[in-house]
Design a protein around this ligand. Structure first.
Ligand code: WTA
Length: 672
């Protein structure tokens, strides 16, 4: 057990987790209502929570806009001149030389950029409820685009820049986006990636897309280096110009845009964004989040868990204590804006909290494997939030590298995305945090929007455990009948009460929403369903120990977590099968020391085709083409048969047990 210092407890918003958790648990709605009152609303709600199986709606009747809280509100206070972002770009051999570009935005400057871009979107005909796809690398325009969409009530759909043209196409098609925002080219380590080419390929056959906006990340490249002639129309405010497909330079549009733009009034339950994520079956799901509840949930969680210095004067003295945190917090989150961590905890929550966020464009090993530590030293980072896969990769390189840097500015460390093993936890704690920074191992999901199981800085920690549920969150571990399991027993991790930032729906697919999260086939509890009781099925398994600490084991469905990236077995299998030589494929995740899990595929080839190393290489290429480099398979076995149920479903569980030399479990449904 690791006990926090008095100083940490002293500076924490939360001093006594247990007491507060239990007090709140009796009236979670009153708790969230009080938190919501710390934020700005155009119109107050009539009802805090409306639960109509299977949908929970928060702050019903309330009107707000998350951007009103993230930006507008700060324009009238001293926060206006505070830095919202410090962005450091990767070094790249160009006209800029080997220097690493730095861009800083105060809240005032960020607001101006967002207003301008919101006007640009409006001038291209984007209206409330329209979808906009953002396919950008880790540059500030990724955040500016998201905020501009939210400001005018458009729904953003950010697609991670590591996805291929095919993956991008599926996501644009499902969302029926009007606009795609990308770069012409951007640096990735010592390469230049051509994202315009990827977008061109992706939108070839999609008629919904009317405009493509290109951001110039590499200033020195000739404007028309690939024969591209951007249209630079003279824009009139509010006048749509698009007929057919138009390409525009971001900087051209921005140079003519007005700096004033009003923020759209939204219902609390109106959609804010779509974010595609992998599930256990077929195509990725568009997880839909809204303005009001999401804003309340993300705001509070980061503030309490990272002791974020906040500009909001709490109205509820029982839960918050103002003014005891340093106003010099520099919060460094290493996530990409393309994932939920970037949405909630680089864009929305830090801005609502009036914090200064630090972002680095490149990977932790570029240009050298001490770059994160160098940046922490240089920018005096106080809060650092990253993923176990990165910690394990950096740990392997030894202590000498981090020991070269002064990391004494650090106060709190965080982890997200996959279970952190105790060895990596302890290395992070000792070598990076010098045994004075508590580690916040935050368990949550794209669907939950906010931290669900997480420590607070004043908690006693056990290396490898994500501690206990956040305030107002009721978690439990259940068996396949939906009954709670005893302590120290593995169970399905479920949530038993609605929380404000939970997903609104699966976009275009309410059936999937119902079947994935409420009537999941793993839990066969007719009673709960009949009674319309709330029981959200997370898809993870976990154990709880005698002290009530949660130990997350991992996914119990067919989702694979590779370096924290969420991939579906079915999605990977269909990528394999799209190769002309493949008849059938089954994909499992295998434990990997650095990546958490790696991809192993079992492939049945078509009659007459011989397996070879060349073919394996081709298959790897095919999967990278269909999904992207994050989905690169590690092992491929050519086989004659796959274990299947009598109804023809592949039993990946059996393959995995066989592969890992574990007992096969119940094989009564096995056909062969
Ligand atoms: C896993 C990422 C253990 C889990 C925010 C979950 C974790 C999935 C943790 C969601 C953690 C996330 N410990 N496992 N602290 N955080 N996970 O949607 O399996 O990309 O279901 O959201 O990541 O992944 P997603």
């Amino acid at each position: 057990m690791i006990i926090p210092s008095d100083e940490i407890v002293d500076k924490s918003y939360i001093k006594d987790y247990e007491k507060l958790y239990h007090d709140i648990q009796e009236h979670p709605e009153a708790f969230w209502e009080n938190i919501a009152k710390e934020l700005s609303w155009f119109k107050p709600w009539n009802k805090v929570l409306e639960w109509k199986y299977p949908y929970a709606r928060w702050f019903v009747g309330g009107q707000c806009n998350i951007v009103n809280n993230a930006l507008d509100r700060h324009q009238k206070t001293a926060v206006k001149d505070k830095l919202a972002y410090i962005w450091v770009g990767q070094p790249f051999d160009s006209a800029q030389g080997k220097e690493m570009p730095v861009r800083k935005f105060t809240y005032g400057e960020l607001n101006t950029e967002v207003c301008k871009f919101a006007n640009v979107l409006k001038s291209l005909g984007v209206r409330k409820g329209d979808r906009v796809t953002i396919y950008l690398p880790r540059i500030p325009e990724q955040y500016i685009s998201m905020l501009a969409c939210a400001k005018i009530g458009a729904i953003h759909s950010v697609v991670f820049s590591g996805f291929s043209a095919d993956a991008l196409k599926n996501r644009i098609m499902d969302a029926q986006s009007k606009i795609v925002i990308t770069t012409d080219k951007y640096p990735y380590k010592d390469k230049v990636l051509d994202s315009k080419k990827t977008v061109d390929e992706a939108i070839k056959d999609i008629s919904s897309v009317k405009d493509v906006i290109l951001i110039k990340r590499l200033k020195s490249e000739a404007a028309d280096s690939n024969g591209f002639q951007p249209a630079s129309p003279k824009l009139q405010r509010g006048e749509p110009i698009s007929t057919g497909l138009n390409y525009h330079w971001y900087h051209d549009l921005m140079s003519q845009a007005d700096t004033i733009c009003s923020t759209e009034i939204m219902e609390a339950t109106d959609p804010l964004f779509l974010l595609y994520t992998s599930g256990s079956t077929g195509k990725p799901k568009g997880i839909l989040h809204g303005h009001g509840g999401y804003m309340v949930g993300v705001y509070l969680t980061l503030k309490y868990v990272f002791n974020l210095d906040s500009q909001n004067q709490p109205v509820n003295q029982a839960t918050s204590q103002p003014g005891n945190n340093s106003i010099d917090d520099i919060y460094f989150c290493t996530a990409d804006g393309g994932w939920i961590t970037g949405h909630s905890y680089i864009v929305y929550s830090p801005l609502i909290n009036g914090a200064t966020t630090f972002v680095y464009e490149a990977t932790p090993d570029y240009p050298h494997p001490g770059i994160w530590w160098e940046l922490i030293q240089k920018y005096k980072v106080t809060k650092f939030y990253t993923a176990p896969t990165a910690i394990r990769a950096l740990m392997r390189l030894g202590d000498e590298i981090p020991n070269k840097y002064d990391l004494s500015s650090l106060k709190i460390l965080g982890s997200v995305g996959e279970p952190i093993n105790p060895e990596a936890w302890l290395w992070y704690y000792k070598t990076i945090g010098k045994e004075k920074c508590p580690i916040m191992d935050t368990w949550w999901q794209t669907e939950t929007g906010m931290f669900m199981i997480t420590p607070v800085p004043s908690a006693n920690l056990k290396p490898g455990s994500a501690f206990k549920p956040f305030f107002g969150v009721e978690a439990d571990l259940v068996d396949d009948k939906g009954n709670s399991v005893p302590v120290n027993t593995q169970g399905f991790l479920v949530i038993k009460k609605p929380w404000p930032s939970m997903l609104l729906d699966v976009y275009n697919n309410p059936k999937k929403y119902l079947e994935t999260y409420f009537e999941n086939e793993s839990i066969n509890n007719q009673q709960l369903t009949k009674n319309n009781q709330f029981l959200y099925f997370s898809g993870d398994s976990a154990k709880k120990d005698d002290d009530g600490y949660y130990w997350i084991i991992g996914r119990n469905d067919d989702v694979i977590k590779v370096s924290g990236h969420r991939l579906g077995s079915a999605e990977l299998e269909s990528a394999f099968v799209s190769h002309p030589s493949v008849a059938e494929a089954a994909v499992i995740g295998k434990p990997d020391e650095v990546k958490g899990e790696k991809i192993k595929a079992f492939v049945i080839l078509k009659k007459g085709i011989q397996g070879s190393d060349e073919l394996k290489t081709e298959l790897v290429k095919q999967v990278r083409k269909m999904i992207g480099p994050i989905a690169t398979p590690d092992e491929i076995d050519f086989v004659d048969k796959l274990p299947k149920t009598r109804s023809g479903k592949i039993m990946r569980r059996v393959l995995k047990a066989q592969e890992l030399g574990q007992p096969l479990g119940d094989t009564s449904t096995l056909e062969n």
